[in-house]
Write a protein that binds this ligand. Structure first.
Ligand code: NAI
Length: 702
């Protein structure tokens, strides 16, 4: 099938991009567009052109494989197609159904007019791949919608719903049937001899813009965009649209595009893009196994996690029943859910009507019998094996025969939970992250007896809920929390040796993490952290630092107590001399001479344990691939996506160097610094994580 089909409807030529699955603008599509545009230009019977996409989708963007390989730069590039469109003497209208993102939207922006289907979305998400739009996107968007809207939308990479795009001036009409409306618009343009509207020449919104706007916006996103190249270049480019002549601004955009394309950040983000997709594939899952439909759900426990999980279902349009241990607890849980929706309405993220409709999908129920119709039941009660087993035994009695029983446990043995039911093959872990309706990661956990169909169902469910899904094996802490153990412990060892909480958190936040390890502890509650730690087995030659326990003993439970590793005024953390004294006391008691610790050492000491435990997790098959570990750390633990995740970071650093650093630190810092066998094996053989599976097999058999 041709990459672009050409049909005529009377005097209108309809060019349909057909490049499944998402109509990406690959080289064959660009070549076919050039030809089809020429054919329309040459045909005297054709008076106007409509460009649309096959299968209900305009075009989702450039071909990411081509971005990585450089083929995206092989002529005709998108800019060549656009130049041909803007030279055309016949009106060109884009008919946008589904999505027009990235280069797809840039193509639409070079049409004279745009009609979007009611449910369509448009946007320039290049920033998510460490790029800036390189085919005039920053220029035409700014000229049509003004710099304020462009700054917000392009630095965030937002998807803009059709109605909003219409308000902003990015599309000209919204219609139920975009193609029919676009053809009608093209005919009107011909009949009325409308002057062709070239977006890159529209002037009124880019004249007389206050230069302070850009300074203020740079400040506004400074923290969020710290360390990243693309957001700053997007602002520069939008500023150029407002301050430079058209040709120069377009040239600058191109220059910034190349700078970003050639950056390590772009490479890391493309790695993450492919890693997220690879994570959905489960080797060995028989092809005939189909995910079961999830039409209704139930959640047991309406605390921090249960409430957020229920919201995730409701947000996806799936009715969900919520069961608690008492009426009072249920009321409290539902009140919190209601408060969360009100807050979204207050922030303008949700309309009142939509909030009410969504809330109406969440039903508090009084007993187990009410869970009988759910296709999946997710347990989110206290992290206590006895309680969980009791709950599962009850669920087993009431749940529909085909229903899946899932646990949100963050550390406990899924097999032991499954053993309290008569249907262990339908029991699985669905580990959400807090807050569950916001955090993107869903770490599904496969028990020994979990069936292929159950796995297929929770993997598909994750996507229905808008999550990024990874499958983990069953062990204490699965992928993410297991890796966190030595990372968290190391932060406290650094405190004992002379670092301060501020220094440690600053180093990690400067690296790009959303939050440093001690700030995270304070957020999650030091009492909770201490309890989890107490329940864990440590190798005989390891120890925990007593710092956490002493903080708890002093009532420094974290943010909720207004004091933990820091003192808190609201959410602002303030260094506290009392904490310094407490830490110095620990160093004294342990006979450790405190020293000035360089920032580089702090970073090394915190990242290596993550990589090392990550290697064990891969070696033991807990993670299916190293890139799954990256996905977990980026979407669940705030690791900067533009650095590609811990395993990717290790590869960029060089696995041999990682092993060297560990061997250097092992004599002074203990057994936990011994490199994982897989890491040593790969470093010695010069192989990469990509070969980890084969290496693992060889290693195990050697
Ligand atoms: P929570 O203490 O906020 O909520 C637990 C809720 O379960 C309470 O409202 C309690 O009344 C209810 N409950 C207890 N026993 C029950 C029973 N037999 N029947 C019905 N309801 C019962 O705890 P949270 O933080 O929501 O944790 C729940 C689970 O999620 C735990 O397994 C935890 O390890 C896990 N988890 C927690 C995360 C977090 O950041 N808080 C993150 C990921 C997982």
């Amino acid at each position: 099938m041709a990459a672009v089909s050409y049909q005529t409807q009377g005097e209108v030529a309809v060019l349909t991009i057909a490049n499944p699955p998402v109509n990406a603008l690959s080289l064959p599509v660009r070549q076919a567009l050039v030809q089809a545009l020429q054919q329309a230009a040459d045909d005297a019977a054709v008076k106007a052109i409509v460009i649309t996409g096959a299968d209900g989708m305009f075009a989702a963007g450039a071909d990411i494989n081509e971005v990585a390989s450089g083929l995206v730069l092989t002529p005709p590039v998108t800019r060549d197609v656009q130049a041909q469109m803007e030279r055309a003497s016949k009106p060109i209208v884009a008919a946008i159904a589904g999505v027009a993102f990235g280069a797809g939207f840039e193509l639409a922006l070079a049409c004279h007019w745009r009609v979007a289907e009611t449910r369509a979305r448009v946007g320039l998400p290049e920033v998510k791949l460490g790029l800036i739009p390189g085919a005039g996107g920053t220029q035409r968007f700014t000229r049509l919608a003004g710099p304020e809207a462009a700054l917000e939308a392009i630095t965030a990479g937002s998807a803009i719903p059709a109605a909003r795009a219409r308000e902003l001036g990015l599309v000209d009409e919204v219609a139920e049937d975009a193609l029919a409306a676009a053809i009608a618009l093209a005919r009107r343009a011909v009949a009325e001899h409308r002057p062709l509207r070239i977006a890159s020449d529209v002037e009124d919104r880019v004249r007389g813009v206050d230069p302070g706007l850009f300074t203020a916006f740079r400040q506004k996103i400074a923290f969020k965009a710290r360390g990243q190249l693309a957001p700053g270049r997007i602002i520069d480019s939008i500023e150029a649209a407002c301050t430079r002549p058209k040709e120069e601004a377009l040239r600058l955009e191109r220059q910034y595009f190349f700078e970003c394309r050639d950056s390590a950040q772009r490479e890391a983000l493309v790695h993450v893009f492919f890693a997220e997709r690879a994570a959905r594939k489960i080797p060995g899952l028989p092809a005939h196994v189909q995910a079961l439909p999830v039409r209704s759900a139930a959640v047991v426990g309406a605390g921090t996690m249960g409430g957020g999980i229920a919201m995730s279902f409701a947000n996806a349009g799936i009715p969900v029943a919520v069961l608690e241990s008492s009426r009072a607890a249920l009321e409290k849980g539902v009140a919190l859910i209601r408060k969360n929706y009100s807050a979204s309405v207050a922030r303008g993220r949700l309309t009142q009507k939509r909030a009410e409709e969504t809330l109406a999908l969440i039903h508090g129920v009084g007993d187990y019998a009410a869970l009988a119709s759910a296709d999946i039941i997710i347990e989110a009660v206290f992290e206590d094996m006895k309680v969980k087993r009791e709950v599962f035994a009850r669920l087993d009695q009431v749940a529909a025969p085909g229903a899946i029983l899932a646990t949100n446990t963050s550390t406990l043995d899924v097999d032991a939970i499954a053993a309290s039911t008569s249907r262990p093959e339908q029991v699985v872990g669905t580990h959400f992250f807090s807050p569950a309706h916001v955090m993107k990661l869903l770490e599904n956990v496969r028990g020994q007896r979990t069936s292929a169909q159950t796995i297929a169902t929770v993997m598909a469910l994750g996507r229905t809920l808008g999550k990024i899904v990874v499958l983990a094996g069953n062990c204490e802490g699965f992928i993410g929390n297991r890796m966190l153990m030595y990372y968290g412990a190391e932060a406290e060892f650094l405190l004992e040796e002379g670092a301060t909480p501020e220094q440690i958190d600053r180093v990690i936040e400067d690296f790009g993490f959303a939050m440093g390890p001690l700030a995270v502890r304070d957020l999650a509650g030091n009492d909770v952290g201490f309890l989890i730690r107490r329940g864990r087995k440590l190798p005989a030659d390891e120890r925990w630092s007593p710092i956490l326990e002493r903080l708890v003993a002093h009532g420094r439970l974290g943010q909720k107590a207004g004091r933990g590793f820091y003192r808190y005024e609201g959410r602002t953390r303030i260094p506290d001399p009392e904490v310094t004294a407490l830490i110095e006391g620990v160093s004294r008691d342990l006979g450790i001479a405190r020293r000035q610790i360089p920032d580089e050492e702090i970073l090394d000491r915190l990242l290596h344990p993550l990589v090392n435990e990550g290697a064990r997790v891969v070696e033991q098959g807990i993670a299916l691939r190293a890139s799954d570990v990256d996905v977990v750390y980026i979407h669940g633990y705030g690791f900067p996506a533009y650095k590609g995740g811990p395993m990717y970071w290790a590869r960029q650093t060089g696995l041999a160097r990682v092993v060297e650093t560990m061997q250097r630190l092992a004599p002074t810092h203990g057994a936990r610094w011994r490199p994982a066998p897989l890491l040593e094996h790969l470093a010695a053989s010069g192989e990469d994580w990509d070969n980890a599976h084969e290496a693992k097999t060889t290693h195990n058999s050697s």
